[in-house]
Design a protein around this ligand. Structure first.
Ligand SMILES: *Cc1c(COP(=O)(O)O)cnc(C)c1O
Length: 431
């Protein structure tokens, strides 16, 4: 399988280069020239998520130098449970993607990419992974790459716009992880990362890559849990599940859309947004134009311009996208109310991101509620205890992995969002 850029069909790369480069030389995002189409019986023998992962990934890695490592790569990123928990008296499930080391779904993609890159980078030059984060990505990437040899990670996060437990997960590592607290928002962090890829001075000295969801190596493994969950649901219930997905940069949502197009039994896809509602407005007919990020209590979704929209628009006809996918923006007030109502009605404690999806479920027309709906639970509520605990007036138990991180000391540098300042700190810290 060959990969092209969203900005030109002439760029063709192997999967190994796609993973290492992160972004195409023309500034576009990588996509396979064509996606495989699977049939239901291709997965007959797949009982576990690891079995499904193997069959799904093979065509993408057919020419890869690390093809023979695929089993161990899969083992290293699907070792925690990903259960779909039924809600009593409703045709609805919470798909818990938050049982990994940093208690958010991003552990899957970050773990997969780290596993691939550590096996691919056998040269002498260390690889520098740049990651802009609105809260959860940086922690997942830092956890996945911490002490991986021959790789350095630079994490950029917007100062004061992440929760204190998230900040801890961004700054507790040291060693090969450099954490930068940026005086700006997520989009300014993302702009800094993009600018470095186009910088010729630094390209001499370092080999850069990106671990944001613009890296196809983060996106692809996320399709696996949609693939496996949908097959498993279909086997048990003979109904295609529909998914509601809390979305920001659209990595998780696009992974579900890709799984559906590869042939998995997935019904409707609803993207739940916070007040950053650009995707909803676009699906309702507006142009895709840059907007400023609005700060909300579902901060890992505080993204003004979802990067993966470039992939979606490249892959499908806009009218088809508008017909097939629905997006629903949920205000902070409704997020808070949903956290309370969900706890009162079901006893489930959900994080603010999951609450956008859970709230969007309430808005479905009643005729849809006879269908099966899977609400994607993207983070553990203990990461957002300052929002959730006062609402439900209950303390949330901290998962043991998260507890380990909270006990470590922090290290970070503060910078302004300017390219010279960013370059200076890279040059001073990475050798
Ligand atoms: C990153 C994140 C999201 C948004 O996911 P995208 O792939 O950026 O759309 C939603 N919820 C949580 C908890 C996250 O960390």
């Amino acid at each position: 399988m060959k990969y092209k850029s969203t900005r030109s069909d002439d760029v063709t790369e192997s999967i190994d280069d796609v993973l290492k480069k992160g972004i195409a030389s023309d500034g576009g995002l990588f996509l396979p020239e064509t996606f495989p189409k699977f049939k239901e019986d291709d997965f007959d023998k797949c009982l576990s998520i690891k079995d499904t992962a193997k069959v799904l990934l093979l065509p993408f890695f057919e020419n890869s130098l690390i093809l023979n490592h695929l089993d161990s790569i899969i083992d290293s990123c699907f070792y925690f449970k990903i259960p779909a928990i039924k809600v009593k008296n409703r045709n609805c499930w919470y798909l818990e993607l938050f049982h990994g080391p940093t208690a958010a779904f991003k552990d899957v993609g970050a773990g997969f990419l780290a596993s691939c890159l550590s096996r691919l980078n056998t040269g002498s030059e260390p690889l520098v992974i740049l990651v802009a984060t609105s809260g959860d990505t940086g922690g997942a990437v830092a956890a996945a790459f911490h002490n991986v040899s021959n790789v350095n990670v630079v994490v950029l996060y917007p100062r004061g716009k992440v929760s204190s437990r998230q900040e801890k997960q961004l700054t507790c590592w040291g060693d090969n992880i450099l954490s930068l607290s940026v005086e700006g928002d997520f989009d300014s962090c993302q702009e800094l990362v993009k600018s470095i890829f186009l910088d010729h001075d630094l390209a001499y000295k370092y080999k850069f890559s990106s671990a944001n969801s613009i890296n196809f190596g983060r996106l692809l493994p996320q399709s696996i849990y949609y693939a496996h969950t949908s097959i498993d649901h279909f086997r048990r219930n003979r109904k295609k599940p529909n998914f509601i997905i809390p979305s920001g940069n659209l990595g998780n949502g696009l992974a579900c859309i890709l799984a559906k197009h590869m042939g998995f039994p997935i019904g409707k896809i609803v993207l739940a947004l916070n007040e950053n509602r650009m995707i909803e407005d676009f699906l309702n007919g507006e142009d895709w134009e840059k907007r400023d990020t609005i700060q909300t209590i579902a901060n890992a979704m505080d993204v003004g311009n979802a990067s993966n929209m470039e992939r979606l628009i490249d892959l499908y006809d806009i009218e088809d996208i508008r017909r097939e996918i629905v997006a629903k923006s949920i205000s902070d007030i409704r997020i808070k109310q949903e956290i309370i109502d969900c706890f009162d009605e079901t006893g489930n404690i959900i994080c603010p991101h999951t609450a956008t999806a859970s709230s969007a479920y309430r808005d479905l027309e009643s005729s849809y509620k006879t269908d099966d709906w899977i609400i994607v639970a993207t983070a553990h509520p203990a990461k957002f205890e300052t929002v959730v605990e006062p609402l439900i007036k209950t303390n949330i138990d901290i998962p043991s992995e998260l507890k380990k991180i909270l006990d470590k000391p922090s290290h970070s540098y503060s910078i302004n969002p300017t390219i010279p300042e960013f370059k200076k700190i890279i040059l001073a810290n990475l050798h």
